[in-house]
Design a protein around this ligand. Sequence first.
Ligand code: ADP
Length: 156
Amino acid sequence: SEELKMAIGAMQLSDKTVRDVMTKINDVFMLSDAKVLNTRTVAEILKKGFTRIPVYSGERNNIVAMLNVKDLALLDPDDNFTVSTVCRYNEHPVRFVMDETPLRMMLEEFKKGAYHLAMVQRLAESTEGDPHYQLTGVVTLEDILEEILQAEIMDE
Ligand code: ADP
């Protein structure tokens, strides 16, 4: 049955981690917090088609906020607000997960419904030897469902 296949797919999640299904950092569409939101830049953002957009300050490894495209709906482009201003007004929390997080655990977390996108990070060592977090991608519920469906197809 379909349900059984789904269950099998879900079981095959067990040995996979967030890293296996995430969108890699170089492919993630982000915005600088300093970016000015005018008619042109808002159109560019909408054209990308993403619902949630990580916002960085200075460098891409430094995520400070999350922008939802819906936040742009009531924006007056003539105000020339920055991304930073719009984010301060809407305040969507930024969630981080380690890249070794098991998919099953991530799925349970998303099912709770508090958030739908997590920033993926790994522990890296700098040249001086001190550990720091390095951003490696983003993961959403969509990525996990895709993995379950693929497991199903392979099973047929
Ligand atoms: P959306 O609603 O924006 O389409 P989904 O949660 O449906 O996002 O995810 C669809 C795919 O897009 C997933 O592979 C996810 O990792 C990826 N994704 C989501 N947001 C971004 C983003 N800002 N930049 C790049 N990829 C993203």
